[in-house]
Design a protein around this ligand. Sequence first.
Ligand SMILES: *[C@@H]1O[C@H](CO)[C@@H](O)[C@H](O)[C@H]1NC(C)=O
Ligand SMILES: *[C@@H]1O[C@H](CO)[C@@H](O)[C@H](O)[C@H]1NC(C)=O
Ligand SMILES: *[C@@H]1O[C@H](CO)[C@@H](O)[C@H](O)[C@H]1NC(C)=O
Length: 433
Amino acid sequence: MSWKKPRLVFAVCIASCASILILSYFQRTKLSSASAPEIKLCRGIPATDTITPLRDNRTFIVAPYFDNRKDKMTRVISIVHHKEVEELYCWFCHSANGEIYVSKAEIDVHSDRFDFPYGTTDLKCLEPEDWEPRYVSIHWSSRGDIDQLPLFEIRNRDPEGSPVTFTVCISTMFGEYNNVLQFVQSMEMYKILGVDRVVIYKNSCSPLMEKVLDYYIAEGIVEIIPWPIDSYLKVSSYWHYSMDPKDIGYYGQITALNDCIYRNMHRSRYILLNDADEIILPGKYPDWNTMMQDLQEQHPEAGVFLFENHIFPTTMFTYKFNISSWNAIPGINILQHVLREPDQKHVVNPRKMIVDPKKVVQTSVHSVLQAYGVSVRVPMDVALAYHCRYPLQENLSRLLLIKDSTLWRYSMPLIGRVNKILRRIAWNTGEYE
Ligand SMILES: *[C@@H]1O[C@H](CO)[C@@H](O)[C@H](O)[C@H]1NC(C)=O
Ligand SMILES: *[C@@H]1O[C@H](CO)[C@@H](O)[C@H](O)[C@H]1NC(C)=O
Ligand SMILES: *[C@@H]1O[C@H](CO)[C@@H](O)[C@H](O)[C@H]1NC(C)=O
């Protein structure tokens, strides 16, 4: 036995020395530096921002995602001018040998553009059949040089880790957002109902709100995606062009939602698409988990669950739960708003969604545009989207509002949790010292 060892060691040494020699030969000939060799091999300027403008100023790239649910393709979530961008190409780069493969993008502008000139767009590019590109650049031509173009890493190629169950995607926090009390209550309600992660596309918020977000980031619940869309486009605060004729609607909300779906496709079993002033509130279940187990069992083929949105106007108060220590905090105390507007004749209540991201292809705000599974309308007694905001039906007499105090079932844990958060965050008001 022992006499074999030296030979074995020798053989191993020969093999490894040879491979070191070969490797260093390749490094010297192909790479100028040993750091980040893949990027060096794939030329271009690595993109680091959430939104990257291309040189035409008409195309804005958010992120490319690998998607092989139908064809083997890269789907690039982006924002383009629906008329002025006619031709784009995906330049794929092989990270091991620098090989380039160019394919023409199908420019698929989402149908929900609401007349704005810019819309959420999928640039769909077929990938090479026999290798897995890790990087892509987008160019207006299939010829030329991509050295000076942004280079994007293709996400979702090798999903890692095990997914959480519930992620809430909050699209576009903007306008120096300062509705602190309502935000904290929403966050604590999401936690009570079973949220694992809240992803917020943040354009701007107040300094106090910043502290609150820092608290939740440290807690590990909140993930912030910077969303500086107004650096590139004139954004509307409204959803339709006719209400505010700008480049794109509602701070690019729909683009953020689509990016959130793909970004979390392999990280979360379910995604809730709602705003910070909305809570999908089960009436029949204590939490989302028990609710979704039942709903998914009843509708195994469903990928999208729609919840009726109901307005609880901020202008109508109940006197219960007027918590004096909260009065110094900017924002709305949702516990005082349990009266909801009645349905209007000829007006369909919009819906908010819980989706299985793996089954969604394109989403809008109140419905999906393309999906592999069916959509299910969840009856209102099972759950509704509690939406506490300025009334839609102004000047409605209190007598015509409907008392719906489902939220109060959670009042005890909610008040305790909110007090704890408010105490933890250093307030300047003197109230919480
Ligand atoms: C794109 O926008 C930048 C900054 O506003 C400007 O300097 C540049 O000239 C624009 N390029 C084109 C092709 O319009
Ligand atoms: C809540 O209580 C404060 C006093 O602590 C009072 O000024 C305010 O009017 C009350 N608001 C409501 C809606 O009950
Ligand atoms: C509500 O009342 C205000 C003041 O009386 C009025 O200006 C406004 O137009 C009313 N709104 C609606 C929707 O009727």
